[in-house]
Design a protein around this ligand. Sequence first.
Ligand SMILES: [Fe+2]
Length: 377
Amino acid sequence: MTRRWITPSRIEGEASRQAHADMPAGTYEREISKEGFFGPAAFMHHKRPPTGWVKFEGPLRPRAFDLAALKGANASPWASPRILHNGATEIRFWKLDAPMPALARNGDGDQLLFVHEGKGDLFCDYGHLAFEAGDYIMLPRGTMWRLSPDGPAAILMIEATNTHFTLPDKGILGPHAIFDPAIMDAPKIDDAFKAHQAEDDETRVEIKKRGEVSVATYPYNPLDVVGWHGELSPARLNVRDIRPIMSHRYHVPPSAHTTFLADRFVICTFAPRPFETDPKALKVPFFHNNDDYDEVLFYHDGDFFSRDNIHPGMMTLHPTGFTHGPHPKALGRMFEQPKPMTDEYAVMIDTRDPLEIGEAASAVEWTGYKDSWKSKS
Ligand SMILES: [Fe+2]
């Protein structure tokens, strides 16, 4: 049934009539909204930054994890630490420094790999696909696969538990905007794949189902297809092939950068884009609580313009209900940016259900993050 929101449209007091622009002088805008950025919303004009607390206590605090500081490589993806998880997803950070000795298979859901560092080759049921930093690789549930990196690799793993990854509807932009589906690559039955088949040794397949790993051992290499046809296959998309939409007069919300969808979460990619040029348009993210979604950001590369003390390989979690917005340094550049473009690549995962924090993540937590909105004088 289509939802009919209770939406009396009002303008009270001194207010702009356009979100993220034309705010009353000296005020700070905070958005209160339903369903991320898709439902009804209100825009408050505060006299002081909405993150101006002097003390923040209790469990509703933002978290930051330095995943780059996690120690130890794992030969199996299923041995890599779970960073965040709930019933709809599982987010792991996997360091791999040698070719996987076994094949992996996810029986729990589609598996997305985001290559943070490293390059090499993927071999799977469907063939061979090279990978490099910045690649998203979507592996349909049940695919047998192995990675053979050329050196150390670091991979963010995101599972669509018990469901599928799909592409967002691009709406009035049309299906070829942001990235053209034709830019996605699929594995090929090429010479590298045939050479991999020729290594026909005993092979273990580590199958994850309901979080537990079972092992099927074959007396040969089961990646032995001579061909296949169909419309289902792994797909690779590099973040450098994303052409973000922007408006010179309006700070578009993160949802405009949606790359993949699952049933209970979305994945967005922040890629370099020009800053807004309209003098009265906001040039930094607006303050909000994101009242319906937990927000996760993984910082891949570049200079993260709205956050202080964040470096590549870090991950932040802003739980539903926590007010956030630009850090103090960025807030000073609310209407004027020194550079013409942003220079950041980041992966955002917004989940409709609350996330739990894995033990390994706690070990690399930056506990001072909750205080990072305090202005430094
Ligand atoms: Fe947010």
